[in-house]
Design a protein around this ligand. Structure first.
Ligand SMILES: CC(C)(COP(=O)(O)OP(=O)(O)OC[C@H]1O[C@@H](n2cnc3c(N)ncnc32)[C@H](O)[C@@H]1OP(=O)(O)O)[C@@H](O)C(=O)NCCC(=O)NCCSC(=O)/C=C/c1ccc(O)cc1
Length: 528
């Protein structure tokens, strides 16, 4: 008998009229069964055999020092570290490890070691404030922390198995020298076990911990295996994005699948990035649109030999058509690849299903109709840790409600038009207006406040505050910016303030953000 589901799928758009679901038309993923006992690192290491290169190629390069490691060393170090962590710190399956570090060469090794032990990896922004960290620790309940000497003092707690300094000689020896009696035990890790907890910006003002399973990471790795491009030489990838965000986190797994050489920067700087491209003959950059804007504008690019560059993989925020076109005219040989959140193109990745759902009726919709994007597939998160309410509001019968207003065209291209959630994207970082509004409300001279995204060429969007001062208050823009800056991670800073008599709200007291957007643009035009 013919499979009705298969035959109802439109070969151009991937749309199934019977189920009103869009399917990926890319080759299917070959994954282990959903409950198999295989960890993401074991699966990822097995995929590297599909690569034409051997483990002797370079895995990681620290761009500042030139220090580098081969894949053979990477694997050896992560195994040595795993056995030492088990014997010295009694770490075992279901422990959770908080990691507070910039992009050091040790971090991917640590991720691999912990994941292979079934320890849940929880990477966090080292610029997070103490109060951000207090919330994070309450959510994910880490039993050990890995931090650097610059970030360790911000940790709010003691941890059952202690705190380890990643940038210390002791850590170096944990990776290189097996302790007497330490041996690598095989830990049975199931695909359905939680592998990592990454943190969302929290659109309601509270950070949420996103649980990713070994299955999720396996599926992401499987995608990179399926879309593997034929190359004559290994790719050399400059990472500008942090490992604690899902972009950097998944790319570090991708590197092992494809045996790519990864060039790391502890702290991004345009000049240093250009030097790294020249010195290490970088072929690919993973970046956010802000970096592409900076590369187009700054003449520092002219001072360097960038001829090795083949491709920019751009993610995390929308890349404007004009930016992409101007970048192309300055760097004609460089291919611009966009991962997600692009307003113009993008087709479903292997293994992913999508629906466009009418936000008012809940009915699934057809190509060219606009509604909320829902996604399903093996890479979709398990839920928010310790927050069943937020989980059931976001995950419905295995579908993740993205909160994005989208449509698919008849060729299966996805268009992202707007967000239902209030969110600011500053250089690819998510900033929640509600968190900044709560801080402004706590100021004794502020009666009311609202924060909106304000368009900015380099950052994409910056947080802008509308403030109603208390009568007689002479509070000025700089004081407000400073008041907030002292209490938040630097990328969340308010960067523009306008004083108003009233914050426009609807009858239910909800801020009319669209009206504020209009006022902001009118005032900026009148300032010119
Ligand atoms: C490298 C950027 C682009 C620029 O960094 P920057 O030059 O340091 O500038 P910032 O503007 O970000 O820094 C803000 C402030 O923090 C300060 N800062 C900075 N690092 C420090 C410091 N280590 N000490 C102390 N002060 C500092 C910095 O000086 C600055 O201060 P100020 O100008 O006074 O406000 C940085 O913004 C950045 O990493 N953005 C990317 C964020 C990101 O990766 N987002 C990904 C979200 S996940 C996603 O979308 C998924 C995509 C995906 C795609 C494909 C897939 O397959 C899967 C997933």
């Amino acid at each position: 008998m013919e499979d009705k589901t298969e035959t109802s799928i439109d070969p151009k758009s991937g749309f199934n009229r019977a189920t009103k679901t869009f399917h990926s038309l890319k080759p299917p993923l070959h994954l282990p069964p959903p409950h198999a006992t295989i960890s993401a690192p074991s699966y990822i290491l097995s995929l590297r055999r599909n690569s034409p290169w051997s483990d002797s190629i370079t895995a990681l390069i620290d761009s500042a020092t030139g220090r580098h490691l081969s894949y053979a060393e990477f694997i050896h170090r992560s195994e040595t570290l795993a056995s030492n962590l088990t014997s010295l710190f009694a770490l075992s399956k279901y422990d959770t490890a908080l990691i507070l570090s910039p992009n050091l060469i040790h971090v991917p090794i640590l991720h691999f070691a912990l994941l292979s032990l079934g320890v849940v990896v929880s990477p966090t922004n080292p610029l997070a404030t103490r109060s951000d960290l207090t919330r994070i620790v309450r959510l994910s309940k880490p039993t050990i922390a890995f931090a650097t000497s610059a970030s360790v003092n911000k940790l709010p707690d003691e941890f059952r198995h202690g705190t380890v300094l990643i940038d210390s000689p002791e850590f170096e020896s944990l990776m290189s020298t097996s302790r007497p009696g330490a041996k690598l035990e095989h830990v049975e890790v199931s695909q359905s076990d939680v592998a990592a907890i990454l943190y969302s910006s929290g659109t309601t003002g509270k950070v949420k911990g996103v649980m990713l399973t070994h299955r999720n990471l396996t599926a992401m790795a499987g995608v990179y295996d399926v879309v593997r491009a034929k190359r004559e030489k290994p790719a050399v990838f400059l990472y500008t994005m942090p490992f604690f965000h899902v972009f950097g986190f998944t790319y570090s797994l991708r590197a092992v699948v494809l045996l790519e050489t990864v060039v790391l920067m502890e702290r991004f700087g345009l000049r240093r990035a250009m030097e790294a491209i020249e010195s290490f003959r970088v072929t690919h950059i993973a970046a956010v649109p802000s970096i592409m804007v900076a590369m187009m504008k700054d003449e520092v690019t002219a001072a360097h030999d960038l001829s090795s560059l083949e491709c920019v993989a751009c993610g995390a925020a929308p890349l404007g058509k004009d930016t992409a076109a101007t970048f192309k005219s300055k760097f004609p040989k460089v291919l611009v690849l966009q991962a997600r959140r692009c307003r113009t193109t993008g087709k479903l990745m292997p293994g992913v299903e999508a629906k466009i759902v009418n936000p008012h009726t809940g009915d699934p919709m057809f190509p060219d109709e606009q509604g909320e994007l829902w996604l399903r597939g093996p890479s979709i998160m398990k839920g928010y840790v310790g927050d069943p309410e937020a989980t059931s509001a976001t995950l419905v019968d295995g579908w993740l409600r993205t909160g994005d207003l989208c449509y698919f065209d008849h060729e299966g291209f996805l268009y992202v038009l707007d967000r239902f959630k209030d969110l600011i994207k500053y250089k690819g970082y998510q900033v929640a207006p509600a968190e900044l509004e709560q801080l402004l409300h706590s100021h004794l001279e502020i009666n009311d406040a609202a924060v909106i995204p304000y368009p900015d060429e380099e950052a994409g969007q910056i947080p802008m505050a509308f403030v109603v001062r208390k009568p007689q208050s002479s509070l000025d823009e700089a004081e407000i910016i400073d008041f907030v800056a002292k209490q938040v991670a630097p990328y969340k800073k308010i960067r523009r303030v306008t004083f108003v008599d009233l914050i426009p709200k609807n009858a239910a007291g909800k801020i009319l953000r669209k009206d504020l957007n209009k006022i902001a643009l009118e005032r900026s035009i009148s300032r010119l």
